[in-house]
Design a protein around this ligand. Structure first.
Ligand SMILES: [Zn+2]
Ligand SMILES: [Zn+2]
Length: 126
């Protein structure tokens, strides 16, 4: 039943400008790291997601779409990706985290450090 609801939800939201939820799993058998992360925000809100190493989980900051985030992010040019990236602060512990703007940026496992993360799209949300 739950699966059915999920499929229905995906169908309903596919056409809208929606965020995407991912289940992320480390493929290293000994590591076993898993997390889920949402990227893109919804129609009404923008969302900056990332991984907080202090809380050891995926965290996000949201703000109304079209407005600026309450705490302006720090922007820097990332030599590894060649793109400008943003640093926000974790709502829970105030530790900085790098915004993951595309799921492809989440390659390294935060637990074992290998490039063994696999993301699976689970749901689109609005
Ligand atoms: Zn934190
Ligand atoms: Zn791992």
């Amino acid at each position: 039943m739950r699966l059915l609801c999920f499929s229905l939800l995906i169908l309903m939201l596919r056409s809208a400008s929606a965020g995407t939820g991912y289940d992320v799993r480390c493929e290293d058998a000994k590591c076993g790291f898993t997390t889920s992360i949402g990227i893109g925000g919804g129609r009404m809100f923008e969302e900056a997601s990332g991984y907080c190493t202090k809380c050891a989980k995926s965290v996000s900051v949201t703000w109304p779409r079209g407005e600026k985030p309450k705490a302006a992010p720090v922007r820097f040019w990332d030599a590894i990706t060649g793109r400008v990236r943003e640093i926000f602060r974790c709502k829970a512990c105030q530790e900085p985290f790098v915004r993951i703007a595309q799921i492809e940026e989440l390659k390294h496992c935060p637990k074992c450090g290998k490039t063994s993360l696999k993301a699976r799209r689970t749901v689109m949300y609005d």
